[in-house]
Design a protein around this ligand. Structure first.
Ligand code: MBD
Ligand code: FE
Length: 324
């Protein structure tokens, strides 16, 4: 087919009307962005000769994704989350905010309000029989190497089946989610269980989109962090455990070389006793460096609808309904 109508005055005028350019009300940025988005999509339809069948199956897929609150899951799969990180890295570099542990994506499974502890917390409820005991520890420092006491370290991760409490109703409230305040030496320590990797639910709309690209929806075993301290840049990051088949093949593109951490198996009876554990365990050490900033907005996590973040906010409530 050779029909190309995108560049005609009729279509160009139509796009301006659709985007509300001739209307007084509305939001100027919304109009500009919608105009560009629709223009790009209309052009795509022209260029690829998209058929009505293809168009309506795409609409149906969007309805299915939205109906199961899965855009927050597809988003990292299509690279948007990592792309935003790449942009933020470039913005930081331009502002000469350099150094520190690299950021990587938050993902859709954070839940606000986890229990807070000083220095040490046990994160698991002891009910996951398949979970290998994990001793997770590290020191928070500034870029000069000075330990930061009183830093806030929020940690969340999956259980031995790859499920996250709250989204997985079989787990207890805030299981595998804690906030730990670093001690006088800037250290945090958690007793937990080694997480398994996560897989996008089989047959879910996100899975269908990924399969249409010949891709899988697997993530390696990983542990999420928010780290913050006064006068330092808020850090959103994750560690990926070394040796997982998906460590370097993450569907969410979150892996960064500096964030791949080994889990060391410890069987020494003396160390087991000293940690008050009941058998061999795996130790994961992750030290964190925070860059400095005086800018208040950069010291806290950016706004985003998050489960339990704001009970008054409908978007936050919806974020908690994701079928993941
Ligand atoms: C996860 O656990 C996750 O971290 C991301 C980014 C997407 C899906 C599940
Ligand atoms: Fe995750």
């Amino acid at each position: 087919m050779t029909v190309k109508i995108f560049d005609t005055p009729d279509v160009q005028d139509f796009l301006k009307t659709v985007a509300g350019f001739d209307q007084e009300g509305g939001n100027e940025r919304a109009k500009q962005i919608m105009h560009r988005l629709l223009s790009d999509l209309f052009k795509l339809i022209d260029d690829f000769d998209v058929t009505p069948e293809e168009y309506w199956s795409a609409v149906s897929m969007l309805n299915a994704l939205g109906g199961q609150t899965q855009f927050g899951l597809l988003s990292p799969g299509l690279g948007f989350d990592h792309y935003l990180d790449m942009r933020q890295d470039a913005i930081d570099a331009e502002a000469k905010r350099v150094g520190g542990t690299p950021r990587t994506i938050e993902g859709p499974l954070y839940v606000a309000g986890a229990p807070e502890a000083e220095g040490f917390a046990r994160m698991d409820d002891g009910k996951d029989q398949d979970g290998e005991t994990m001793w997770l520890t590290g020191q928070v420092r500034d870029v000069d190497g000075t330990p930061i006491a009183g830093a806030k370290v929020e940690i969340w991760h999956a259980n031995s089946k790859g499920g996250y409490s709250f989204f997985d109703p079989t787990q207890s409230e805030y299981n595998l989610r804690r906030t730990i305040i670093t001690d006088a030496e800037g250290r945090y320590t958690a007793r937990s269980i080694i997480p398994s990797g996560y897989g996008v639910p089989e047959g879910a709309p996100t899975d269908l989109v990924l399969k249409s690209l010949g891709r899988h929806g697997e993530r390696p075993a990983h542990i999420h962090y928010f780290v913050s301290a006064p006068n330092h840049l808020h850090l959103t990051t994750q560690i990926n455990l070394a040796g997982d088949p998906y460590t370097y093949d993450d569907f969410a593109f979150a892996t960064r070389e500096e964030l791949v951490v080994p889990a060391e198996r410890i069987e020494d009876a003396g160390v087991i006793a000293q940690r008050e554990l009941d058998g061999p365990f795996s130790e994961v050490v992750f030290d964190i460096e925070l860059a400095k900033t005086d800018v208040a907005e950069l010291q806290t996590r950016h706004a985003r609808p998050r489960a339990k973040e704001d009970e008054q906010d409908q978007h936050s409530q919806l974020a908690g309904t994701a079928k993941v």
